[in-house]
Design a protein around this ligand. Sequence first.
Ligand code: UTP
Length: 279
Amino acid sequence: MTKISKCLFPVAGYGTRFLPATKAIPKEMLPILTKPLIQYGVEEAMSAGINTMVMVTSQYKQAIKHHFEAHVEIESSIQGTAKASLLDEVNYAIKHCEFGYIEQAQMLGLGHAIYTGQVLIGDEPFAVILPDDLCTNDGNSVLKQMISLHTQYPDCCIVAIEEVPMADVDKYGVIEGELLAGSEDAYRVHAMVEKPSPMDAPTNLAIIGRYILTTEIFDALEDTQPDKNGEIQITDALMLLAKQGKVIAYKFQGKRYDCGNVKGFVLATNAFAHAQGMI
Ligand code: UTP
């Protein structure tokens, strides 16, 4: 079985919900306390044994690349001071991981962003993290839990799901499926709908920003038509594989903060500050 060794981060989006903050600073560089969202994502991937990070980015987001490079001047200025350890975590990631970057020339949707990364992913199953979904756990990270499930179902894509209020389903891709025999948290997916109205939603089981994808997703993305906004949706491509019984939805252990909107970002900031005894 192929080990999951690469994680793709689709980070080309404009982050318009955070304007004007995101005019010059990538959304993924906004910090929860002192650590940018993208670093939390990279650390989650590392916790799952992954050491190759593939960033699908845009020309306006060079700061992400700079974050994962050494900064000799800052390092020498804090050396020997109380701040000396503040770069330890990011330097650990820089030392132990490979980082690859590819630009998505046009914002044609999450599915298109993932397809753009194919050239750096190659011919092996891979993980996807949307860094604005920030996940916390007492035990194994969400991605580690998903990789463990994937080892049991190596022919399947795995999507992370959580129950959301019915009134909020129109913000998500929603699944319909049946529990796998003997499982209380993994469903064989029969149908997926992108952003349904609460009236039309088959369930309130919403897909969040963690995926394990097999390379069959790239053929599926080629066969996927753009939606009414001209975007290629990953949900539509996954639906093609779900029809063959090749998608499993996993209700993960842990908590997710939707840091892609201001309210979720503030909630995450408060929770992290509380956890550190700051407030
Ligand atoms: P979002 O819609 O949540 O992010 O896309 P956004 O577009 O950056 O934010 P808003 O809505 O304008 O505030 C989900 C993820 O998919 C990536 C985004 O960067 C984000 O991580 N994405 C989306 C791409 O990489 N390319 C796209 O064409 C679309």
